[in-house]
Design a binder for this molecule. Sequence first.
Ligand code: ADP
Ligand code: MG
Length: 393
Amino acid sequence: LEKMGSTANTEKNGRIGGIESRIHVFVRLRPMAKKEKETGSRCCVKIVNKKDLYLTEFANENDFLRLKRLRGRHFSFDASFPDSTTQHEVYSTTTAELVEAVLQGQNGSVFCYGATGAGKTYTMLGTLENPGVMVLAIKDLFTNIRQRSFDGNHAVHLSYLEVYNETVRDLLSPGRPLVLREDKQKSVYSNVMQGIVAAGITQYRAYSADEVMTLLQRGNQNRTTEPTRANETSSRSHAILQVVVEYRVKDASLNIINRVGKLSLIDLAGSERAIATDQRTLRSLEGANINRSLLALSSCINALVEGKKHIPYRNSKLTQLLKDSLGGACNTVMIANISPSNLSFGETQNTLHWAYRAKEIQTKACEANEEVIDVPETGTDQAKLLLELQKEN
Ligand code: ADP
Ligand code: MG
């Protein structure tokens, strides 16, 4: 067994595990769709130097240059991905570090956010030919586990659930709605789940990445479809994939340590009409028939940005489930998906404002979820060797 304990919290230069941390925010521009081209729409987004993004309703180069002087139309993110960016590039820039941190026993979350049709599901799930973040993350997880040869002392469990109309459903085995309840146990396992569990949810034990794409695609087909739009997955359904990795390692003193890390990958409902960056707009939206979970998410993010003491997590199922991902000790990444078309100008502007604001959220420092479950017996060869080594020093 490799000594994983010694590598925990050593990524001082990376964005993971620091004392002070914030949500990292990325923007992905999708290619112009055929339909958009046919209706003669123009591109209203320009990305320069991998970070900066300009938004304009007019689309020639001079307008973009002039825009540099306009306020409110220039955004800067941890990275802005142009429409040529591959699934692999998106994965490795946004999520690869989180997968590494999960193997150190930390929690991580990736949200995809944006209007319906902006590319959230493509980014998260992807296609058979071009698998997305969910599949690439699990692949990478298994590769890392193999390289570290944990000798079978590990388990990877997947849960895939949906929040639709404030009802939580199991996407891996559809049936009755799931009840969220507080888990009062004080184990590393409940620590990793931060106290909220969906009672009775399927925890699928995965042994390789190969089976995962089919599993998730089937799960995605179980997402609720809007009655008025048969065959189309609802734009109001949130999908959450939770990957829990548990394994045993020996630390430098040969104690056996049980370590658990959780990665949550979230394909949010379409953000159209449901986002607001100020409390007044939020309140006016509350009466309308708008996704309650998404509104609650906006409220929590606003409260977190403003440094409020009370964060209204309890207002929706989604925010209850994601409590630990927003304000807790978690490495959090947000990917805002946008269309290039001027027909979506308003939605794109909303998405960008919201994403820009999310950058201000501070998260707490991550600590490893681990507990010592066995101490070495004196007299074993390894313990003797260790004692001798200590004497030599
Ligand atoms: P959302 O989940 O946000 O509603 P989708 O991910 O379903 O949007 O994307 C809408 C359409 O655009 C789909 O047909 C999808 O395959 C396509 N698409 C989205 N992003 C990309 C991309 N980066 N490259 C190629 N096609 C994309
Ligand atoms: Mg979708």
